[in-house]
Design a protein around this ligand. Sequence first.
Ligand code: BJW
Ligand code: ZN
Length: 302
Amino acid sequence: MIVRQLTCRSAIHSHLYARLRKTPPGSQDMARPSSDLAAFREIFSRAKNIAILTGAGVSAESGVPTFRGAGGYWRKWQAQELATPEAFSRNPSRVWEFYHYRREVMLTKKPNPAHLAIAECEERLSKQGRNVTVVTQNIDELHRRAGSKHILELHGSLFRTRCMSCGHEDANYNSPICAALEGKGAPDPNTNDAQIPVQDLPRCEQGSCSGLLRPAVVWFGETLDSDVLTGAEKVLDSCDLCLVVGTSSIVYPAAMFAPQVAGRGVPVAEFNMEDTPATMRFKFHFQGPCGTTLPPALAEEH
Ligand code: BJW
Ligand code: ZN
């Protein structure tokens, strides 16, 4: 229900987006969310279905740059200039350099205490018949590598490809992904584009297809996978506690998920370095690096 509403472009534009970005009615009088860890822990101890919505901030302490922070540039472009179907059709070589660079960087990174606390919490609570599901906007697979089992990747994965011709989707952990990208993708602003001929970019190996591959990630202006959306819808509709960790809450439809959960009276706890446009809608806000704030919040009770 929640997610279906959000996939409708007019609904996003005219209603939900406006509601989130504007000061909520009466919010001048709204109390700030609580940062009372004991009160959070009390609710956590009783929760049976926990949804954890994560964004780039959960991977920041692994050394993965966030999108809107310092380091959000590759050469002279921000993600929103490269993560679009138009950018890929104009210059597939440049966009592949960008993703090749990020894939190679990810191979040098590892999950941090926030990813590990989430994974450990899922395992522990599952033995008590309680569910933890990660709904992540991240494409870095660090939750999976930390050991989380129930993960919905809203924006796809850096390590999946989709064929532009036959549509076949596959996991791909090759390093480099193709010979022509070896040593390419340097991020500094003075680097020239490699201008790799399109036939030398990653190509489909299904039968005789050999179509151009693209990263299986969700670019701006593209809709999210409907099965993933349906899964997220179920998790968010049925959760009795929601954590929203390390996201700026400005990219839709994910930005509306936690405010919608809060709207049906379910406690939502935000873990972030700073306030976001959604903060005032939540019951809890824990300020600081989530690698520090999340482990004690999710730790075993004694
Ligand atoms: C820490 C921390 C620490 C740091 N501890 N915290 C106008 C109105 C409404 C919608 C739109 C609109 N114009 C366009 C749209 C649609 C668009 C959108 O939302 N744009 C907004 C920018 C306004 N959305 C879409 O296009 C989506 N599709 C869609 O809506 O389809 C229907 C439709 C189409 C067209 C028009 C309207 C409707 C698809 C969105 C796909 C997003 N894809 C990306 C790239 C993925 C591939 C890639 O990575 O290359 O996904 S964009 C980028 O942003 C990436 C992220 O997943 C996503 C969210 O970013 P995130 O995770 O929140 O990161 P940051 O950097 O923004 O924030 C980090 C946070 O962490 C900060 O708050 C820090 O404080 C915090 N932090 N360190 C805790 N240690
Ligand atoms: Zn193909």
